[in-house]
Design a protein around this ligand. Structure first.
Ligand SMILES: [Zn+2]
Length: 358
């Protein structure tokens, strides 16, 4: 994911600002929005008497399949083993083929959307959005998404000697979301009869090819991140496709992750935020699902929301920390060592709880 944006106007901030400065600059500008957002979800903290519905927390759903964090971890490990999944490389192509084959093996109906996109520096990127559908017969659908490409740069390295142009493993920034969703797919395939919604797993490409700060040329595109979701927003993989709502995972598998309630999610899909965070708390994962609103973040869900499907983002970030995102973000530390099965379990089990509550 890339820059932070300001609510409905989508003001793209000056790109030379590091994220931690952006957050400070946004603090006042975004205040009224966050105050509103927090009121809608935190009834007990407003002066109004809390409504009963807001106090209720969903009960744990016993009929949901058990999410296997070891298997999710293995799906992440296998992606990382290909090497960095940078568009236009053989590693990227091989990993895409692996994802398609794995979805098919799990029994999903697979649709591959191939397209060309222009990067910030004018490079033509050959990209693939990969969709695996479960219960394609059902009209009511939930869209679960993550990005499968990885960043071509390690431009957040703090060491002044570091080569910022070396690609990263992207174990958490990319692979973790895909791994969790692959395991969600495997779980629901094992218990399709109790599932009352169709589920589409969307693996977006080209999310992390955004313009780095070291680039000195003139950008060739307006929004250089999220190329796959931007394409899909204008070109559905199936004509007329619609989902009831969507959930995006990004950096969803790191040790000690904190999922604050991100600003774009609260703006477009506050009831889905509540549904998911309530489910997480009901299942005992409250330490991960922090009920506190934070800043809007540019990520694939922005373009999905703009195209008419309300989608939230479960993304590890901490507004109180210096780096805003984890210490590993867009550095070589984003490798398998940051992945924690406890986090994978919390996110995966919560998703299954949400799906099987529908
Ligand atoms: Zn990223």
């Amino acid at each position: 994911m890339g820059f932070i944006i300001l609510d409905t106007l989508y003001i793209i901030l000056p790109k030379k600002y590091p994220v931690k400065n952006i957050t400070k600059h946004l603090l006042l500008a975004g205040f009224s929005f966050f105050a509103l957002a927090s009121c809608s979800d935190k009834g007990t903290e407003t002066k109004q008497p809390p409504k009963v519905a807001e106090q209720q927390v969903s009960k744990p759903v016993v009929k949901a399949p058990d999410f296997n964090a070891d298997s999710a971890y293995s799906y992440i490990d296998q992606q990382v083993a290909f090497g960095p999944r940078v568009p236009n490389t053989k590693e990227h192509e091989a990993c895409g083929d692996y994802l398609i084959a794995t979805l098919k093996r799990l029994g999903a109906e697979v649709t591959v959307q191939e397209f060309e996109a222009t990067a910030f520096d004018g490079t033509k990127l050959q990209l693939r959005n990969i969709v695996g559908s479960f219960r394609p017969d059902l009209k009511k659908r939930v869209l679960l998404a993550a990005h499968w490409d990885t960043r071509p740069f390690s431009d957040q390295e703090k060491d002044p000697e570091a080569d910022l142009k070396k690609p990263i493993d992207g174990a958490n920034d990319g692979a973790s979301g895909v791994g969790i969703l692959m395991e969600v797919g495997r779980s629901i395939q094992s218990d399709l009869k109790n599932l009352n919604v169709g589920v589409d797993l969307m693996f977006f490409d080209g999310e992390d090819y955004g313009e780095p700060e070291f680039y000195e040329g003139v950008s060739q595109v307006r929004d250089s991140y999220c190329l796959g979701s931007q394409y899909w927003a204008n070109n559905r993989h199936v004509a007329g496709y619609h989902a009831y709502y969507g959930i995006l995972l990004d950096m969803a598998g790191g040790k000690g992750a904190h999922f604050y309630q991100e600003g774009v999610s609260l703006q477009f899909a506050p009831t889905i935020v509540k549904k998911v965070w309530d489910q997480g708390h009901a299942l005992g994962y409250g330490e991960f699902f922090v009920r506190q609103p934070t800043y809007p973040i540019t990520d694939d869900h922005v373009y999905v929301n703009r195209s008419g499907i309300p989608m939230i983002d479960i993304i590890d970030h901490d507004p109180a920390s210096d780096s805003f995102f984890g210490h590993y973000w867009h550095t070589h530390k984003d490798n398998m060592e940051v992945i924690d099965k406890k986090t994978l379990k919390a996110v995966g089990q919560t998703l299954l709880g949400v799906l099987y509550s529908e």
